[in-house]
Design a protein around this ligand. Structure first.
Ligand SMILES: Nc1ncnc2c1ncn2[C@@H]1O[C@H](COP(=O)(O)OP(=O)(O)O)[C@@H](O)[C@H]1O
Ligand SMILES: [Mg+2]
Length: 369
């Protein structure tokens, strides 16, 4: 049974019971009163119609007998009706009170941090079900948000631990004179500090992404311009690594936040560069069809397995943790990119023929009619 602290004064259950009981009592008393007022005179009139001498002891006895029998049978009948009605009323108020108690109890548990609290549905009629369903859906959302918050915090703590422990160990070793303060140790410290910086920068975006709220400054932009800008930024780094970068864009326009789309493109081009060995190729292709613009980034690099394809958009997921931890990002670029695409009403997906056979990331954005 649910543990609900009773409010002060009469509870709803008792008030409802008393109200029903009063109705039953009033009905029974009025039925009895009417029977007593109307019955004997009517019977007397019937007796008068008989062609018998009036005012005799026999007649008085007949009238008394009618009155007694009437009072007794009516009294017994009404007492039984009263008892049955009371039981029914008690049972009904109890039945109606239970979902209210359950709702109160679940709301209290939810308020005290138990996000698993739910109310049973289908026990007390459609109106109570509707309230219960609304409550359960609210509790479900709170539960998911709370779970997300907990996972985010533990992921963040996990992410911070590696660079922090590397920094601490390195600093201690230098302090103890175990390793010299030279270029190599300096570079390592700078690298780990940069990694912490990157995580801090990404965190702001990831929390917005988790809640799906980005401030978008949307306007019509030629897709070719977006593609050109992103490609131009990366050209020197691609050339330095020896990876060929080509771009092909149809003449079309999207209504989008150019900075945010630029952020998606940069993440895709950065990933493609990181995962494509020298001599490989990366191709950006933008096309428009059926009210959508599709921008794809295809590389001839590492590729992805089916399992990895499902997970690359997960927060902090990297396929190659050991290498990516030092040279790569924090594994949330694609999480943020996908949320940004969705905030635009579009999508970001990945395909790959398999490991070592390259991959394609496809950004779809709605374009004006
Ligand atoms: N073009 C690609 N080819 C192969 N793997 C990729 C590619 N792009 C992304 N990935 C995988 O997806 C992971 C997540 O990417 P992302 O969220 O951008 O994180 P980050 O770039 O910080 O590692 C990467 O660590 C990598 O393992
Ligand atoms: Mg990335």
């Amino acid at each position: 049974m649910t543990d609900v602290a009773r409010p002060r004064g009469l509870t709803w259950g008792k008030r409802t019971f008393l109200a029903f009981a009063l109705v039953v009592a009033v009905s029974v008393s009025s039925a009895a009163l009417v029977a007593l007022i109307v019955g004997p005179p009517l019977f007397h009139e019937h007796l008068l119609e008989l062609d018998r001498p009036q005012g005799t002891a026999e007649m008085a006895h007949i009238e008394q007998a009618f009155f007694d029998a009437g009072v007794r049978s009516l009294g017994a009948g009404l007492a039984v009706a009263l008892a049955l009605a009371t039981v029914l009323v008690w049972w009904e108020t109890r039945r109606l009170r239970r979902p209210l108690d359950e709702l109160t109890s679940a709301a209290r548990r939810l308020g005290s941090g138990d996000y698993q609290a739910r109310v049973p549905i289908g026990t007390a009629g459609p109106e109570f079900d509707a309230v219960g369903e609304a409550f359960n859906s609210m509790a479900g959302r709170l539960d998911a948000t709370e779970e997300n918050r907990r996972r985010l915090l533990s992921d963040v703590a996990h992410e911070l631990r590696t660079p922090l422990s590397t920094l601490t160990a390195e600093l201690e070793a230098i302090g103890d004179g175990l390793i010299p303060w030279d270029h190599e140790s300096h570079d390592l410290l700078v690298q780990q500090a940069a990694r912490l910086q990157r995580i801090a920068n990404d965190l702001n975006d990831v929390s917005h992404a988790e809640e799906g709220r980005f401030q978008l400054d949307r306007r019509p932009v030629p897709v070719a311009e977006l593609v050109h800008q992103a490609v131009a930024t990366f050209r020197p780094r691609y050339a330095a690594k020896g990876v060929e970068l080509t771009a092909d864009s149809e003449r079309c326009v999207v209504v989008a936040d150019p900075q945010r789309v630029g952020q998606i493109m940069e993440n895709l081009l950065e990933n493609a560069l990181r995962h494509t060995p020298a001599g490989g190729m990366v191709k950006v292709d933008a096309q428009s069809a059926r009210g959508e613009v599709t921008i794809s980034v295809t590389d001839t690099g590492d590729g992805l397995t089916g399992d990895q394809l499902d997970r690359v958009f997960d927060r902090f997921y990297r396929t190659d943790t050991s290498r990516a931890r030092d040279v790569g990002g924090s594994g949330i670029g694609l999480t943020i990119s996908r949320s940004l695409a969705q905030a635009h009403g579009g999508s970001l997906t990945a395909t790959s023929p398999g490991p070592g056979r390259g991959s394609t990331f496809i950004l779809v954005l709605p374009s004006p009619a």
